[in-house]
Design a binder for this molecule. Structure first.
Ligand SMILES: NC(=O)c1ccc[n+]([C@@H]2O[C@H](COP(=O)([O-])OP(=O)(O)OC[C@H]3O[C@@H](n4cnc5c(N)ncnc54)[C@H](O)[C@@H]3O)[C@@H](O)[C@H]2O)c1
Length: 262
């Protein structure tokens, strides 16, 4: 990755920070982007990248806001002298209930961030590719199989695969590869919180992380409840690097066997 310049969205914490640091350790300079109200955590990501000896530019924008996102990516990419890799990682997840109970606002937010925000990110980032490059869209195992009570999320993450497949066709002749990564359960604030614990353990009063871990482990082939952010970052690094130079339009699953369990 030496000399590569990468845009990572959702970079303030969770997997996004891990992607930034992993790519920087491999030699990349980083444009780390997240919401303005995560500025403190985003600065911590930038410090962690700089501690590897690489450059980090931190920018804030809501990926739903096309103009603000484009301005932030333009500023950051111009500082880095261009972009070679886009990691569209920012996303939102909640478990509102069966499809017919989801209110329109909750439905729209999931589609707006997880799908349209991803599309916005690719358009803003690829505009700064001079030669070839790699685009990695972070989907989910929910982009491969259903998640009951979260159809707004599963629909968006399935649609991200359609977007990636189409982009791979459109950008292949420019030597730009486009792939999706599909994490299973990952130990980040997105699922390590009391609301998700209660959904996972409806019969337990005030369920703990250990209660949730037991439920999640029962869904995997391997005897673990979740993977760590770095496990997903290693997949992102592979798809970002020349090691995957002829891989495009495909789906890389990092899920401890969640999607294969019968
Ligand atoms: N954690 C999991 O179990 C899991 C599993 C499968 C897929 N994923 C996906 O992985 C990606 C990263 O998730 P995570 O677990 O690190 O989550 P997280 O909640 O820890 O981090 C998500 C980041 O995205 C940012 N973000 C949210 N909305 C945004 C917006 N509109 N504009 C800009 N930034 C925004 C948040 O501020 C946050 O920093 C997401 O796309 C998520 O859907 C997560």
């Amino acid at each position: 990755m030496a000399g590569s310049r990468v845009l990572v969205t959702g970079a303030a914490g969770g997997m996004g920070r891990s992607h930034c640091v992993t790519l920087a350790q491999a030699g990349a300079d980083v444009l780390a982007l997240d919401l303005e109200d995560t500025r403190h955590e985003l600065d911590a990501t930038a410090e962690a990248v700089r501690a590897t000896g690489r450059t980090c530019v931190a920018e804030t924008a809501d990926i739903r806001d096309t103009a603000a996102l484009r301005a932030a990516v333009d500023r950051g990419a111009n500082t880095l002298g261009g972009l070679d890799v886009v990691v569209a990682n920012a996303g939102v997840y909640d478990v509102p209930g069966p499809s017919w109970t989801i209110d329109p606002q909750t439905w729209r937010r999931s589609l707006d961030v997880n799908l349209t925000g991803t599309w916005n990110t690719v358009r803003a980032g690829v505009a700064h590719f001079a030669g070839g490059g790699s685009v990695i869209l972070v989907s989910s195992t929910a982009g491969i199989k259903a998640i009951p009570s979260a159809s707004h999320y599963s629909a968006a993450k399935h649609a991200v695969v359609g977007l990636a497949r189409t982009l791979a066709n459109e950008l292949g002749s420019r030597s730009i590869r486009v792939n999706t990564v599909h994490p299973g359960s990952v130990h980040t604030p997105m699922i390590i919180n009391s609301r998700v614990f209660s959904r996972l353990c409806p019969d337990v009063d005030n369920p703990t992380e250990a209660d949730a871990a037991a439920v999640l482990a029962s869904r995997n082939l391997l005897p673990v409840p979740w993977v760590d952010p770095v496990d997903v970052s290693n997949a992102v690094l592979f798809l970002a690097s020349e090691d995957s130079r002829y891989i495009t339009g495909t789906q890389l699953v990092v899920d401890a066997g969640l999607t294969q369990k019968v």
